[in-house]
Design a protein around this ligand. Sequence first.
Ligand code: NI
Length: 135
Amino acid sequence: MPVSVRISLAEQFERFTEHWRPKLIAAPNGQAVKLVKALGEFPWHVHANEDEFFLVHKGRFRVEFRDHVVDLKPGECVLVERGTEHRTCADAEAEVLFFEPLGVLNTGDISDDRFTAPIDVDLGSIDQQASSKGE
Ligand code: NI
């Protein structure tokens, strides 16, 4: 992970295209800072022991709870407390930054063939793989 250099979120988001596949860009103090592109509805789930904090970079992004919906636009954020059932949604593609401890499964207590993503994938390592293939 790059240290003591400028990180452009716009540039980082350009480096991948998949939806619902979080990419780690930094981990200060064991807290993961991840980027995700959202499109459509993510499954309902719970993280029993971890809070999640979402900050929208681009587009419109919703975090739905069983009793209310939080609609966010760029520059707006929401804290999802541990133990709270939620799902995330975007009617058109949205770019979102989020914060949670390292090692958290994106689908929490459920496993989903389509949505459960590899844990803590480093966006920097994707570049190394691409460059080692000569791309
Ligand atoms: Ni979650």
